[in-house]
Design a protein. Sequence first.
Length: 67
Amino acid sequence: MLSNIGVPGLILVLVIALIIFGPSKLPELGRAVGSTLKEFKRSTRDLVSDDDEPKEEDAVPLRKEGL
């Protein structure tokens, strides 16, 4: 979806953002987007690492011999 934008489209989006938000708000907006992406990456990494670990409910119970 975003691969079809190209350089002219990206420049147009940046100019529109500059007009809408103004030069004083753009650094603040960039920090907010960056922290949101950082949190999203950390959350997805935690979910993926949780899936790799075996869960207790997935474990097969051992039967004692001699019963």
